[in-house]
Design a protein around this ligand. Structure first.
Ligand code: PLP
Length: 429
């Protein structure tokens, strides 16, 4: 039986304020149930969901095959702890991820519970393999909220008051052409860092998102990713590609890094991997992954059987060429509509992204590019009033990002974009 599904949003709000820690961001609505791109709140109001639980629902809410797999697996085996009594769904997810990850070389994987844990483990593996301590991270990068992952992360709201942070982390600039940081500038700064701040011979790994998710949907240009990889190869540094938000078809290819043609050394994956069940992983070349001694990786719940059953079905669906073709189509529709909106709404300073991982950066003035955080906040509220759930992002909180389920039917996609445009109009009024 579901817990208190009869409670109204108002009753739930009171309960939340009484019992849930203040540090957990406040959601404006309470979800009761959802399917596809539609979510119904505790008061029975329906929304089109352009947030997807922050990029987790590329297949939409409660995809039938995933729900069925979860139900079946829950009846057979909910938990055994993989290092205690192993089970096939874990093996199958590792097989699929190893075969699907970029590069034709032999790969292996480890499964964990969250994106942050995947990042932690990728760094552990890179340090173990190279015997080096340092990690290079990038401006505006987001890698999670555990101590190491938070230390790798840029945005202060995730870090304020929570230091001291993990040591041996060096932050380099990342391209942001709209705000004047080019690929050449960013690579030149990195070269300078290798002279002035950190010996590249002591660097275990770099970690970069191919499109920065929480950092404002800033696309890392192919030349930057290629230039970074070339420097990694020159200095024996491992390249960790954080695909937690940009992966799983979100950019129209299975992996965001595919647009650059670069094969990373380690990949972190999470979010849409299991359509909402908590599962994430690290994939890498067999000799890199196997450098860690038995017992050096793993956790109680990591690669839980039910989450793995959900991932097997999710991976099957997401890696299907028809699904990826649909993702490209959805991306083209979104970009076309956002460019039309930009022609009508001067608050849109830039339309950017790749495929369905698309965003608009809002500004108070197109000349000065002064960030329009208040416009973005007003647009998100106006969208909710119109039955659209949509999220902000970016260091300045002035970017509206689209994380619509890629499997959303055309009518939901178009209706959601209509509501977004109305909301921009309302925010400017
Ligand atoms: N890495 C990236 C790129 C992310 O976007 C996120 C979450 O938004 C994480 C890591 C952390 O994932 P989780 O919230 O599952 O720990």
């Amino acid at each position: 039986m579901a817990v208190h599904t009869e409670s109204s949003s108002e009753a739930l709000r009171t309960k939340r304020d009484r019992y849930v820690a203040r540090g957990v961001s406040i959601a404006p609505i309470f979800a009761a149930r959802a399917h596809g791109a539609r979510l119904t709140d505790a008061d029975g109001r329906e929304y089109i969901d352009f947030a997807g639980g922050i990029g987790v629902l590329n297949l939409g809410h409660t995809p039938d095959a995933v729900v069925e797999a979860i139900q079946q697996q829950a009846a057979d085996l909910i938990h055994a702890c993989f290092p205690v009594a192993a089970y096939e769904p874990y093996l199958e997810v590792c097989r699929m991820l190893s075969e699907l990850a970029p590069g034709t070389h032999a790969k292996k994987a480890v499964l964990v519970n969250s994106g942050a844990e995947a990042v932690e483990n990728a760094v552990k593996i890179a340090r173990y393999h190279t015997g080096r301590p340092a990690v290079i991270t990038f401006d505006r990068g987001f890698h999670g909220r555990t101590l190491l992952a938070m230390s790798l992360t840029s945005k202060l709201v995730y870090k304020r008051g929570m230091g001291p942070f993990a040591p041996e982390i060096y932050r380099a600039p990342a391209p942001y052409p709209y705000r004047g940081i080019s690929t050449e500038d960013a690579l030149a700064e990195l070269d300078w860092m290798f002279k002035a701040a950190v010996d590249p011979a002591s660097v275990a790994c770099v970690i970069l998102e191919p499109i920065q998710g929480e950092g404002g949907f800033t696309v890392m240009p192919a030349e930057f990713i290629q230039g970074l990889k070339a420097r990694c190869e020159e200095h024996g540094i491992l390249y960790i590609d954080d695909e937690v938000q940009a992966g799983m078809g979100r950019t129209g290819t299975l992996w965001g890094i595919e647009h650059s043609g670069v094969t990373p050394d380690l990949v972190t994956v999470g979010k849409s991997l299991a359509s909402g069940m908590p599962l994430a992983g690290v994939i890498g070349a067999t000799e890199v992954m196997d450098s860690v001694h038995p017992g050096g990786l793993g956790s109680t719940y990591g690669g839980n059987p039910v989450a793995c059953a959900a991932a097997v079905e999710s991976l099957k669906a997401i890696s299907d060429p028809d699904f990826l073709a649909r993702a490209v189509d959805v991306g083209e529709r979104i970009h076309a509509r956002l460019h039309e909106m930009a022609a009508r709404h001067p608050s849109i300073g830039e339309v950017r992204g790749i495929g369905p991982m698309a965003a608009i950066e809002l500004v108070k003035d197109r000349e000065t590019r002064e960030p329009g955080a208040d416009i973005a906040a007003a647009a998100v509220t106006a969208a909710l009033d119109r039955g659209l759930i949509i999220l902000k992002t970016g260091i300045y909180d002035n970017v509206i990002r689209i994380l619509v389920p890629i499997a959303a039917p055309d009518e939901d996609l178009e209706a959601g974009l209509d509501r977004l445009e109305e909301s921009l109009g309302a925010a400017a009024a």
